[in-house]
Design a binder for this molecule. Structure first.
Ligand SMILES: Cc1cc2nc3c(=O)[nH]c(=O)nc-3n(C[C@H](O)[C@H](O)[C@H](O)COP(=O)(O)O)c2cc1C
Length: 177
């Protein structure tokens, strides 16, 4: 099966996790780059006004793969805006896809991700996994979004999160065969 691992990251966590998963699966790892560099101001405007930033690579280049596994952060309860061009592409060119995130998890566990994917792509993801930075922070205090947003996962933490993702992906691949 020809699998592409496609990631966007603002502070490095999702790229790091995606790199581990791609290595474990021997899959191609493609990093998404916004044509205009992301800033905190741009993030907020994108999320408030539901903008779709221009990105590289062109979503059409994903046609050759059997399974697309996307990795990106959650911002303000929604999937990061640089993924939107790919959701638009999937809506007109349905393809099997999955969505993974290492997000903060400080708020309420991001309950809207699945319905957002369905609305934007027109199809349920074959697999979805939102893992949380909160799990790596001290559990005895009230964790805030500021605490989680500043946290960068280590190589060891990325390998741990990747092993959880790989179990789910392998189940999916077995079911598809
Ligand atoms: C502007 C902003 C908004 C965020 N909103 C959320 C959120 O709603 N839910 C959540 O779980 N994490 C939220 N986070 C935390 C990020 O999802 C988390 O830090 C993630 O690991 C960053 O991934 P990256 O390093 O790949 O960019 C937010 C971070 C930023 C910068």
């Amino acid at each position: 099966m020809n699998i592409a691992v496609i990631s966007f990251s603002f502070t490095g966590n999702n790229d790091r996790l995606a790199a581990c998963v791609a290595q474990d699966l021997s899959a191609t790892h493609i990093k998404i780059t916004p044509q205009k560099p992301m800033t905190m101001g741009k993030i907020i405007l994108d999320m408030v006004f539901t903008r779709t930033p221009k990105v590289d690579p062109d979503p059409d280049s994903l046609q050759q793969y059997d399974l697309l596994l996307f990795f990106a952060p959650v911002w303000m309860g929604h999937i990061a805006s640089p993924l939107r061009a790919y959701w638009n592409y999937l809506k007109s060119n349905p393809q099997a896809y999955g969505f993974f995130s290492i997000s903060g998890g400080a708020d309420n566990g991001n309950p809207k991700l699945r319905s957002e994917l369905l609305k934007r792509t027109g199809a349920e993801p074959s697999i979805m996994l939102d893992q949380h930075l909160k799990a790596f922070l001290p559990q005895n205090s009230k964790t805030t979004r500021n605490d989680t947003s500043a946290y960068k996962i280590s190589e060891t933490e990325a390998s741990f999160l990747s092993s959880i993702a790989i179990k789910e992906i392998n189940k999916l691949i077995t079911d598809k065969q």
